[in-house]
Design a protein around this ligand. Structure first.
Ligand code: GAL
Length: 373
């Protein structure tokens, strides 16, 4: 994105060269969080092997807030988060980074204290605690800002964060209003939510993914479209549906924030979240966001160009029963003869001419990596 390079947001690229990865408390715990919960999740991120797979940020979403004191200093809830600095130190001691949530409005979406009128001191407090990531969530922003002031409100907090001198990844959350993908990077964001909140069901998850189609030109190293966090392991989707979320998010070069309870996950959930060949598609150095290259009835084929000249191909079946999908290489802009590897199965499938056909389970996906032979 030329505008980004020209306006000197080089720091963006350093902070998020590839889509950020981590864990966020919201999808699983909602407001029921405290110091012990965050410590346990951070420890599990390491002991499970997720850190080694690339998950780096532990993000405390809404629910940590206390009050601004008479000097305007933000305090965490003294009962549930008695010492935020100590918590940040602990998370850092594990080799991880830590994130936090606040709003440009006077209150968060849950009605707790937020940053309106306290932006500069709050940025300084976060930096002093050792925060590495801020999710700035519009919530009550409408109470104090006109729609045309939204961009300035986001830019202000970005400037306040930068002024602290601490590298802090800036995650915009305002549900895609005002086509945020067109200006999110120019106000200092490394990622921005493109939609409202995801739910743990197939319809919601697919809508969040599909709505990214056409936005691919706004994503790249340092600035990413965010279709919201992963629901994998939260229990309300089937294994194939969860695998589809991972497949689609990786082809979208989406930020990968696990949203499940890491201390209680099944082996299947862990394997799905940490599959190295699938994550490599998301984290590919070229930073290309994939797009829907073919669609017929309930069948979709998404493609993503990779740095080594190969292509990731996600074949999705949104129907209620298994379907075969034929990938026509010409229609997808691929060479006539290709070599294909099934990434989830870690299996080379051999060489194909003109097309290949795969059987895809109900609501499932197959993820191939293909290169010319
Ligand atoms: C929503 C946001 C969610 C979560 C929640 C916390 O506005 O989209 O991801 O942060 O607020 O209250």
């Amino acid at each position: 994105m030329v505008a980004v390079a020209e306006t000197g947001f080089a720091q963006n690229a350093e902070l998020a060269k590839t889509p950020p990865m981590g864990w966020n408390s919201w999808n699983c715990f909602r407001l029921n969080i405290d110091d012990a919960t965050i410590r346990a999740q951070a420890a599990a991120l390491v002991s499970s092997g997720m850190k080694d797979a690339g998950y780096e940020y532990v993000v405390i979403d809404g629910g940590w807030e206390g009050f601004h004191d008479t000097n305007g200093i933000f305090h965490s809830n003294p009962k549930t988060f008695p010492d935020m600095k100590a918590l940040c130190d602990y998370v850092h001691s594990l080799g991880l980074k830590i994130g936090i949530h606040t709003s440009p409005g006077p209150t968060t979406c849950a009605g707790h204290e937020a940053s309106y009128g306290h932006e500069k001191p709050d940025a300084e407090t976060f930096a002093q605690w050792g925060i590495d990531f801020v999710k700035y969530d519009w919530c009550s922003g409408d109470e104090v800002y006109k729609p045309q002031e939204m961009q300035a409100a986001y830019r202000k907090f970005s400037d306040d964060l930068k002024a602290t001198g601490r590298p802090i990844l800036y995650s915009l959350c305002q549900y895609g209003m005002q086509n945020v993908w067109q200006w999110g990077a120019s106000v200092g964001g490394q990622m921005w939510r493109t939609t409202g909140d995801i739910s743990d069901n197939y319809m919601s998850m697919m809508l969040h993914g599909i709505q990214e189609n056409g936005l691919e030109k706004y994503a790249g190293p340092g600035h990413w479209n965010d279709p919201d966090m992963l629901e994998i392991g939260n229990g309300k989707m089937t294994e194939d549906e969860y695998r589809t979320q991972m497949t689609l998010w990786c082809v979208l070069a989406a930020p990968l924030f696990a949203g499940n309870n890491l201390t209680k996950m099944s082996r299947t959930t862990l394997e799905m979240l940490t599959d190295p060949e699938v994550i490599a598609v998301d984290q590919d150095a070229a930073g290309v966001q994939g797009h829907c290259a073919w669609q017929e009835g309930p069948l979709e084929i998404w493609t993503k160009s990779l740095a080594d000249g190969s292509t990731a191909i996600a074949l999705l079946n949104t129907d209620n029963h298994p379907m075969t999908i034929t990938a026509d290489f010409k229609a997808l802009g691929l060479p006539e003869t290709i070599h294909a590897r099934n990434l989830w199965r870690r299996k080379d499938l051999g060489t194909f001419k003109n097309n290949c056909t795969v059987l895809v389970p109900k609501h499932g996906s197959v993820l191939l990596k293909v290169k010319s032979k």
